[in-house]
Design a protein around this ligand. Structure first.
Ligand SMILES: [Mg+2]
Length: 394
């Protein structure tokens, strides 16, 4: 018997839920996003595998998706349906295993003591299929990082195992941003140091990276590349790390006064959702997508963590002030990040940035990109570096 971490991840989740109630669309390219009208503005939430073959990806404008795949069927986002399916899946996983850590609406880690993790993985797939008629892929690893990365190799509906032993041969030649927690920005900075592959990062000198990325992040990046991740699977109820809202405007916003008003309104809406959580917000991030499609983000840390709408709005407007370009805007987003619980519990251990969540160019891989978005996105689940001297956050 050994302890294994399994990562169960639903295949093309949102599209799959839609196909269940529209079986006639099976086998056709299906794109879910916005209001489902590709002549209107909005972005792709999920594309079925058939549509992905045409280069349709999450985050792509619906119009571009329609151009790449004219025969695609476009459907509106139906968040309630996906949440209901997600609840059933997670309940099914909890029946099979005591330690289930939900990290997004379509993925979870399970800690399992077994001599045959593949058999457990197949059982999970069978039960999820029986309960929901949805397929999932299961990654197996000696830790969460390995299990999460293994899943990509098992897609769709497969099982794949990654271990300390197989890690170098499977991942060594891959670019660094394949690692969970390294986004395009960090990958670019590593590239400037001549570090492009996982093997190169694994062989890098942690002290050298500490000089470049700081004493916490630098060595953590090297550990990631070596497939090390000491964070335990935690069976606590899933709590979003942030709450956010985005709006794609059908007409570009031309005046900056209008942009400010809209950001203020979005911040107040986010504050309403934050109030329901009753956790203090430490930072507010504003996203601006200029026409035609250039996205920038800036964050503003609150002087003191707060829940009040005025404080969140003030921080959002301060973040907006950091945008120097005043070009027409097609999308605005405001995200309030909660103070991480270990920081809320004690004195803040410095201000270590989290590469995954500060990487604004990383597209959200789950959840509708338009309308409300919670922290249930891929970046929310990604591991951060450990706070100095403390156990790593999970
Ligand atoms: Mg998935």
């Amino acid at each position: 018997m050994a302890r294994w971490v399994l990562h169960a991840d639903l295949d093309q989740f949102v599209a799959a839920v839609e196909l269940l109630r529209r079986p006639e669309l099976r086998g056709r390219p299906v794109v879910v996003g916005g209001t489902g009208d590709p002549s209107r503005r909005g972005v792709v939430s999920t594309a079925s595998y058939e549509a992905r073959r045409y280069g349709v990806r999450s985050g792509l404008p619906l119009r571009t998706a329609a151009r790449r795949c004219p025969e695609a069927v476009f459907l509106p986002v139906d968040r309630a349906a996906y949440e209901a399916a997600s609840d059933t899946v997670m309940a099914t996983l909890r029946e099979l295993c005591d330690v289930v850590e939900v990290i997004g609406w379509d993925e979870a880690f399970l800690a399992v003591d077994t001599g045959d993790p593949e058999a457990v993985a197949r059982l999970i797939q069978r039960r999820v299929r029986e309960a929901t008629a949805l397929d999932c892929t299961v990654g197996i690893g000696q830790n969460k990082l390995q299990a999460k990365l293994a899943t990509a190799f098992g897609k769709p509906a497969g099982v794949f195992r990654l271990t300390d032993r197989t890690w170098p041969e499977v991942l060594g030649d891959r670019p660094t941003d394949v690692l969970w927690g390294i986004g395009p920005k960090t990958a670019k900075r590593l590239g400037e140091l001549g570090i492009r592959t996982v093997a190169q990062l694994a062989a890098a000198d942690p002290r050298e990276l500490a000089r470049r990325f700081g004493p916490t992040i630098g060595p953590w990046l090297v550990r990631l590349a070596r497939g090390r991740d000491p964070s335990p699977v935690v069976a606590e109820p899933y709590r979003a790390r942030s709450r956010g809202r985005e709006i794609t405007y059908q007409e570009d916003l031309a005046g900056w006064d209008r942009v400010r008003r809209e950001v203020g309104a979005l911040a107040r809406q986010v504050a309403d959702e934050v109030a329901a959580d009753d956790r203090p917000v430490g930072r507010v991030v504003v996203k601006v997508r200029y026409a035609p499609f250039t996205t920038r983000t800036h964050g503003q840390r609150l002087v003191r963590p707060a829940r009040r709408a005025e404080a969140i709005e003030r921080a959002a407007l301060a973040a907006l002030d950091r945008f120097t370009e005043r070009r027409p805007v097609r999308l605005l987003g405001v995200r309030a990040e909660f103070v991480p619980e270990e920081e809320a519990a004690g004195p803040a251990p410095g201000d270590a940035p989290m590469p995954a969540s500060t990487d604004p160019s990383a597209p959200a891989r789950t959840g509708p990109a338009v309308s409300a978005s919670t922290g249930a996105s891929a970046s929310a689940g990604a591991p951060g570096p450990p706070a100095s001297g403390d156990p790593p956050r999970s």
